[in-house]
Design a protein. Structure first.
Ligand code: FES
Ligand code: FES
Lengths: 729, 167
């Protein structure tokens, strides 16, 4: 209820007496040597705390995967808006105005701005070719399969970037409490912040305490960038000795924080005349931006999903993430998979059209059956009925009938064209391959003196329902009244490292550990696994009745399920412990006077192991679909020198309540043995389907190629005019 | 430059010294400590700062504080009555219409301003009333459900839980 009464405290709601406000001075140029930093002499700079790279006590890098991204540029910049100088002052208005009066002079070098072009010699800034990461997946003999295939269809597809637009902009508060630097703020991964600050500040973990405050949406955008803001707030606070709040306004948040990787995906697909897939040759290129950050893992998820939920014996997937002089692109719900699925699922419709097959029928032929293998040679044997997923979606929208009705409608409506489009896809939950083993996540469940428990995990609540889910899992595991179960606020001095709140892993992976930690607690109480409810509560109270008794804590550490085997070298094996499976259908209406597209109906059917909480799960799917609709139709960028120019909510448009249809959600369930109560992850899944389903619907409506999103009115008009011109000639 | 103003917020009278350039939102958040109203853009684009002034939903981030003087301001903190949560809050809770909660205070105010005049508002009327409130988490479907449910509760005097048959 705190969210409904205004009592929930987000970082900017923390009491602000005695604070300094921070601001960031940034690079005006995409690439080059800093020749001067000039402070406007009309201002008395002695009133300000000023921090530059020289003030960094440790290593000048925001560490995540590599030490390549500086916290503050030191003599050289690689993208517009790269942070150079930090300021703090008691007045928020004054510090913001002052930041504009510091000028960074840069001797401009030619920036690399096109991620698809081969970089010229002078543009090389990473390795010998600007490739931040290259991954190759191979299965069977692709060249032979393509040569033998009776029909080969090629296609090229593009997706634009996307801003998260969490409603709460990013922000951090830092203060020093004795020997401990305390960071509070909006974030998904408290331990990422700790790990970034340890080398930067040259402090140990005991000297850094990171506490997540209520977080107004994340969607991946608060995975890695909060470490940067935390670093800045910490540097200002350490230098001034005062608490510092560094809160981005919307313009700054849109301009400088991470966004979805733009992509180009190419397909060469061999099929026989019955529509059987014989060869999938796929190339993916992602725009990584100026530093490595998370691009290798985003690319990894993209290539692994690129072949889709289909069986094919000859597969080659070649993926590269390229350096450009843009602010680094980063984590965003779906994490590379939406880009891969846009290319694949749009292409599946193109191939079906070449075969004169119904798009649903073509997918049905190839949908992976239990016992068959994915592109990474992972054998699927989860018992989930993927055909049922497809059929449920087709039934919900009355696919065949509706396509026929639409055909007739379009014949008699020259200016309002309708279309129905399908996308079928899957999404692996948890970290890729051995990632979960590397993380070694830990969860604690502590007994509380009144006979309940407290769940301690680093997984954050950001609106997706972590608190409710953990409460429910612990209560049901131990048979306790949910009112006696608490979930600790993620605070790195109180909760163990259960890994980041990303990759649809919280309910499935961390939730499973919550259950295991409950079991461990029960054993420590001397109870059998069958003990539940009052027996547990009573045993806890008895434990604490003894004088001087120390706190009793159950613990669980991640163990890779024995069925998961992965080879990081060859990219072969079980990429994920479990996949969720889905089929989405979008119906659109395109107004040929304005070329605007409305989604008029949306059906989202998915198999997710087990639905832990119907309301939360439905809300996750609906929210993800809405974001997908925005990505497909509305969310467009204007770039200059690799920097976003349209940094307002009036010119970067996300869906309003007027833009969206009711989103119809259905779940199928086949419990997964290594997920909490059988659940598989769902947070990212709904982002994968809307892009291609909508593009397929638009192609169905107008006959246009629809190979690039967003399908803005301008783009659609150009495609439609092009089509008319071709038909005329 | 500060000026002294008398404001009425959620039924309480406050005499406050406010910098003359402050908006109503800044005054609520940084002078009165009523941080329930959120700042999502500060430009009138997102609706997170919506409050109710004399019965009408307004964007407090673009209203100079002087304009609120002498008028009745209601914020999310004032929605619950003495006897607990308002039916609108209960409906949001039951339907799961608040995810991250950052848009919620503004959406509650927009919805309440509508329902107090027209508790039988239909989906289109609700969509119009909420079209200035962005939500990035929910896709709005559950927000519509919640507002429809609250309207039913307000016009019938029944509890939202009773209407949807929850215990
Ligand atoms: S903060 Fe007022 S409309 Fe966004
Ligand atoms: S609930 Fe997060 S923005 Fe609406």
């Amino acid at each position: 209820m705190a969210k409904l009464t205004g009592r929930e405290l987000y970082v900017d709601d923390l009491p602000s007496a005695d604070h300094l406000w921070g601001a960031t001075v940034r690079s005006p140029s995409p690439r080059g040597r800093i020749t001067a930093v000039e402070f406007d002499p009309s201002i008395d700079w002695s009133e300000f705390v000023i921090v530059t790279a020289d003030d960094i006590p440790g290593r000048n890098a925001v560490f995540l995967m590599e030490y390549d991204q500086p916290a503050l540029a030191d003599g050289y910049v690689r993208h517009v808006h790269e942070p150079v100088v930090l300021l703090a002052h008691p007045s928020r208005d004054i510090v913001r105005r002052a930041a504009a009066l510091v000028t960074v002079r840069v001797e401009l070098e030619a920036p690399v701005l096109d991620f698809c072009a081969v970089p010229e010699a002078g543009g090389i800034q990473h390795g010998t070719d600007n490739v931040l990461k290259h991954i190759l997946i191979e299965k069977g003999d692709i060249e032979a399969a393509l040569a033998a295939a009776p029909i080969v269809v090629e296609g090229e597809y593009f997706t634009g970037s996307q801003e998260h637009v969490y409603l709460e902009t990013q922000g951090m508060r830092a203060h020093v409490d004795g020997d401990v630097l305390v960071i509070q703020g909006s974030m998904q991964c408290p331990y990422y912040v700790v790990k970034a600050l340890v080398p930067l500040l040259d402090r140990d973990e005991a000297g850094i305490r990171v506490i997540q405050t209520a977080t107004g949406g994340g969607f991946g955008g608060k995975e890695e960038y909060p470490s940067m803001i935390a670093a800045h707030a910490a540097l200002l606070s350490l230098k001034s000795g005062r608490p510092v709040k560094l809160i981005y306004d919307r313009w700054e948040d849109l301009a400088v924080t991470t966004k979805r990787h733009p992509s180009r995906v190419r397909h060469r697909t061999g099929v026989d005349s019955d529509g059987r897939l014989l060869a999938q040759d796929i190339e993916i290129v992602l725009d990584g931006g100026a530093y490595v950050t998370l691009s290798p893992v985003v690319l990894s998820r993209a290539v692994i999903h690129a072949g889709g939920p289909y069986a094919c014996d000859a597969v080659r997937i070649d993926g590269r993430a390229m350096l450009t002089n843009s602010a680094p692109f980063g984590a965003f719900r779906g994490f590379g998979a939406p880009q891969a699925f846009f290319g694949l699922e749009r292409h599946m419709d193109v191939v079906a059209a070449r075969l004169a097959m119904d798009p649903a029928a073509f997918r049905r032929v190839n949908l992976i059956r239990d016992g068959q293998q994915t592109g990474t040679s992972q054998t699927i044997s989860d018992g989930a009925d993927r055909l049922e997923v497809l059929d449920t979606a087709l039934a919900a929208c009355r696919w065949g009938t509706r396509r026929e009705q639409i055909r007739r409608h379009n014949e008699s409506h020259p200016l309002a064209k309708r279309g129905l489009g399908l996308a079928v896809f899957h999404h692996g939950a948890g970290f890729t391959g051995n990632g979960e083993v590397m993380l070694q996540s830990v969860v604690h469940v502590a007994a509380t003196p009144r006979g309940g428990v407290e769940v301690r995990a680093a997984s954050v609540e950001m609106g997706q329902g972590t608190t409710t889910i953990f409460t429910q899992l612990a209560a049901e595991r131990l048979g306790l009244d949910p009112d006696t179960v608490e979930v600790a606020q993620p605070d790195t001095h109180r909760v163990p490292d259960s890994g980041p709140s990303v990759a649809s892993r919280t309910a499935m992976v961390v939730g499973y550990l919550v259950e295991q930690a409950c079991d461990d607690l029960r054993r420590r109480l001397g109870l059998t696994d069958a003990a539940r409810g009052d027996a547990v509560a009573e045993a806890i109270r008895t434990w604490y009745a003894a004088p001087g008794q120390e706190e009793l804590v159950g613990e669980a550490t991640y163990l890779q399920p024995s069925h998961v085997e992965w080879d990081e070298e060859t990219y072969r094996g079980d990429a994920y412990g479990a996949f969720a499976w889905a089929a989405y259908v979008a119906e659109v209406e395109v107004d040929l006077k304005t070329y605007s597209t409305r989604v008029t109906d949306f059906v989202a059917v998915q198999e997710i192991g087990r639905v832990l909480n119907q309301t939360l799960a439905t809300g996750q799917i609906q929210g993800g679909v809405a974001q997908g609709i925005g990505w497909a139709l509305l969310e467009d960028f204007s770039w200059r020198d690799g920097a976003m120019q349209n940094c307002q909510l009036t010119n970067y448009i996300i869906p309003t309540s007027d833009d969206l249809p009711p989103i119809r959600v259905e779940f199928l369930e086949t419990p997964y043995s290594h997920g909490a109560q059988g659940a598989k992850g769902i947070g990212e899944l709904p982002m994968d389907g809307p892009g291609p389903a909508i593009a397929n619907a638009v192609a169905h409506a107008l006959g246009v190629p629809a190979v690039a999103i967003p399908l803005t009115p301008e783009r659609l008009m150009a495609e439609h005019d092009g089509l008319a011109a071709r038909e005329a000639s | 430059m500060k000026q002294i103003l008398e404001l009425r917020v959620n039924g309480d009278r406050h005499e406050v010294g406010v910098p003359t350039h402050f908006t109503l939102l800044e005054t609520l958040r940084y002078v009165l400590g009523l941080t329930g109203s959120k700042q999502g853009c500060d430009k009138g684009d997102c609706g997170a700062c919506t409050v109710i002034v004399d019965g009408e939903a307004v964007l407090s981030c673009i209203m100079p504080v002087q304009e609120a003087e002498g008028r009745e301001v209601r914020t999310v903190e004032g929605i619950a009555g003495r006897r607990g949560a308002h039916p609108l809050q209960k409906a949001f809770d039951l339907t799961g219409a608040a995810q991250c909660g950052f848009c919620t205070p503004g959406i509650l105010c927009s919805a309440l301003a509508l329902l107090e005049v027209n508790p039988q508002a239909d989906r289109d009327e609700i969509a119009r009333a909420l079209s200035g409130n962005l939500c990035r988490c929910t896709g709005y479907t559950k927000i519509f459900e919640a507002v429809l449910l609250a309207g039913q509760a307000m016009s019938s005097g029944r509890e939202p839980a009773e209407i949807i048959g929850e215990p």
